[in-house]
Design a protein around this ligand. Structure first.
Ligand code: ADP
Length: 272
């Protein structure tokens, strides 16, 4: 009897511990949801007034009939540049929190990925040239349809290329797209500053910035790569990085062909 009662006491303790653990997990989950909602709401609330503030500044700068003194123009340009930077950050935060909460608005579409990527990369041509760098682009025919959310793919390409440009002072930036097995593989390679080995495992973490990193501009928030990772995951893909200090970095994005791995409700209607 004594043995049995000891057994019962042990069982009760185990059940209690389990329940406490479960309660803690539920509390943590609720906290996480509240945090995501907070992020999302704040970003959203910031966006409207910012957009409204920027509009008259942009109008004034664009209006050829409005005579602005050089100093006024300079000051307005400063407001515009930093306002735009803030708006971009707010938009990235909003994208990220939506993705984290599983509320991202996505529409996968069968896409000619080499052509679409070429169009996106072309926007960087002049900036790369102005920076004294060489841009090489190799976009192979894939032979299989790739289903992507076009806005998401645009953000992936833009973020990777902006980083390559920001952290490269000489040499070249190479963009390639090719089929490897059952995946489309995008590589963005640069001959830039590289990333220290100890920082490599963290670069995809939200808000992580490499300490003391040399950059063309110090604008940035550490959200870019975490957004890239979430967007690629949404497509059932992955992103990885190889880097050597003072030699350069290569970011590799892999997205599976086809649409079987994607949620049907997010496939664009009319397309099969
Ligand atoms: P940030 O807004 O700081 O650029 P990201 O999330 O895009 O944020 O990148 C995180 C960090 O990873 C950067 O702060 C930078 O130190 C490092 N990094 C990203 N891309 C590169 C690159 N191509 N070359 C060197 N360092 C990079």
């Amino acid at each position: 009897l004594q043995l049995l009662s000891r057994q019962v006491v042990a069982d009760v303790a185990r059940v209690r511990a389990y329940e406490q653990e479960k309660q803690r997990a539920e509390q943590l989950e609720a906290l996480d949801r509240a945090k995501t909602a907070f992020f999302s709401n704040v970003s959203h609330e910031f966006r409207t007034p910012l957009t409204l503030m920027l509009a008259p500044v942009e109008d004034a700068l664009a209006d050829t009939e409005e005579v602005l003194a050089p100093r006024q123009r300079e000051r307005l340009s400063l407001v515009q540049r930093n306002g735009t930077r803030l708006l971009k950050l707010v938009n990235s935060l909003l994208d990220y929190s939506r993705l984290e909460a599983g509320r991202a608005k996505v529409a996968y579409q069968s896409t000619d990925l080499p052509a679409f990527t070429a169009e996106l990369v072309s926007h960087f041509e002049s900036a790369v040239r102005r920076a004294g760098l060489v841009l090489t682009v190799e976009l192979a025919t894939l032979g299989e349809p790739v289903w992507v959310d076009r806005e998401a793919w645009e953000k992936v390409v833009f973020n990777l290329l902006s980083n390559a440009l920001k952290y490269t002072f000489e040499g070249n930036i190479a963009v390639s797209l090719r089929a490897e097995g059952a995946e489309a593989v995008l590589r963005v390679r640069d001959t830039g500053t590289g990333i220290p080995a100890q920082a490599l495992p963290h670069v995809f973490e939200r808000f992580h910035r490499v300490e003391g990193a040399r950059a063309r501009s110090h604008e940035g928030s550490g959200i870019g790569l975490s957004l890239v990772q979430e967007l690629v995951k949404l497509h059932g893909g992955s992103v990885s990085v190889h880097s050597a200090l003072e030699q350069g970095s290569t970011f590799t994005v892999r997205v599976p062909f086809g649409k079987d791995h994607l949620s049907r409700e997010h496939l664009l209607p009319g397309l099969t």
